[in-house]
Write a protein that binds this ligand. Structure first.
Ligand SMILES: Nc1ncnc2c1ncn2[C@@H]1O[C@H](COP(=O)(O)OP(=O)(O)O)[C@@H](O)[C@H]1O
Ligand SMILES: N[C@@H](CCOP(=O)(O)O)C(=O)O
Length: 326
């Protein structure tokens, strides 16, 4: 359960006094997510999500995240919308933390995605990339290749407690990624965390996207690599090429990949696996016992990384060359 900051009834009443949402009827911590504290808030005016920003979400980035959600919605992407307070702002403070209220999105996330889910995620990702193209506020990715080694240094002394030899394997992989990371692929606004728990479905149809708090400007194909990792591996850790093909086809139907993007995809997938391995490893080693959050397994991403290390081309993800030639 991701609740890092508890709020009192008085905190909530004081916060809501700035809004036209009536009184709180209930406010319950949400048992999902790992980054921020989220509450399901019911007021006299409806149901909302109250988010208190924690950990990796920097306050100075909030105008980017909130503005992006508004920008994307205006271009047809279904995502939560910040609720404005009476003073016109959407960002406030509660219990000492920066906080916003956003609209509640109907739908459920799928724990065992199928081929159709993967295709729809590919389509939605391409639509997001298209919709984000003219978003004016820039935000550099704070978790890209140059940030991985400093992040790793924080976990390195204890990494082998998680798996003997892990520190050396990560170091060697970082050497490779730093030496080969692409410099010049098409860039734009990426979601950067479009995992299964951030995509809602209703009746089998994708109904909305949430959790834009890692969104940034980076390689568009890197976002696709993140999604391949998050959606197309089976619980036994095998990559499912049918799902990979569905996701890539869904994406390609809306946005073609360049030759350079296609060639870079295995490396981007390795990098994406490294990024989530490192944040999970850090959280694994530092989250206090008894914290109200379910820690995520770093080694899941080590296995994914090892798979991509053996991948020579995008064909291994289920797409034969004749399907993506442009
Ligand atoms: N706008 C929303 N509408 C409905 N449910 C939401 C919304 N935002 C968050 N949630 C719920 O809260 C959970 C955690 O939210 P998320 O943004 O993923 O947290 P974190 O910032 O910690 O990653 C989600 O899995 C979902 O169940
Ligand atoms: N997706 C990340 C963790 C952060 O995302 P959340 O949406 O689950 O809070 C991971 O799986 O490591």
């Amino acid at each position: 359960m991701a609740v890092y900051t508890e709020i009192t009834d008085d905190d909530l009443a004081g916060f809501l006094a700035g809004y036209d949402l009536g009184r709180a009827l209930s406010c319950k911590g949400i048992a999902e997510g790992v980054e921020n504290s989220n509450y399901l808030l019911r007021t006299e005016r409806g149901t909302f999500i109250l988010t208190l920003y924690e950990k990796r979400t920097r306050e100075e980035d909030l105008p980017f995240f909130l503005g992006l959600m508004q920008h994307l919605a205006a271009r047809g992407i279904t995502c939560p919308q910040p609720v404005k307070a009476r003073d016109g702002g959407a960002l406030g403070r509660i219990a000492g933390r920066p906080a916003t209220i956003v609209t509640f999105l109907d739908g459920v996330w799928v724990k065992r995605p199928g081929v159709s889910h993967c295709r729809q995620v590919g389509e939605a990702l391409a639509a997001l990339h298209d919709a984000g193209a003219d978003f004016a506020i820039p935000r550099a990715n704070a978790l890209t290749v140059g940030d991985w080694r400093p992040l790793f240094e924080l976990s390195k002394p204890r990494a082998d407690e998680v798996l003997p030899g892990l520190a050396a394997e990560i170091e060697a992989e970082l050497d490779h990624l730093e030496a080969h990371w692409p410099r010049d692929l098409p860039r734009g606004v990426i979601h950067a965390d479009l995992f299964c728990d951030n995509v809602f479905f209703l009746g089998g149809q994708l109904s909305g996207l949430i959790d834009f708090y890692f969104a940034c400007n980076d390689f568009l194909a890197y976002d696709l690599a993140i999604c391949l990792n998050a959606w197309c591996f089976e619980p036994d850790h095998a990559f499912n090429a049918t799902k990979g093909r569905a996701m890539l086809s869904g994406y390609l139907a809306k946005r073609p990949l360049s030759e350079a993007e296609t060639a870079a995809l295995p490396l981007l997938a390795r990098g994406s696996a490294m990024r989530f391995l490192l944040t999970r490893l850090y959280d694994w080693l530092t989250t206090p016992e008894g914290a109200l959050v379910k820690k995520k397994d770093p080694l899941e991403y080590l296995r994914k990384l090892r798979f991509h290390r053996g991948v020579a081309s995008i064909a291994a993800y289920g797409l034969p060359p004749e399907d993506y030639a442009i």
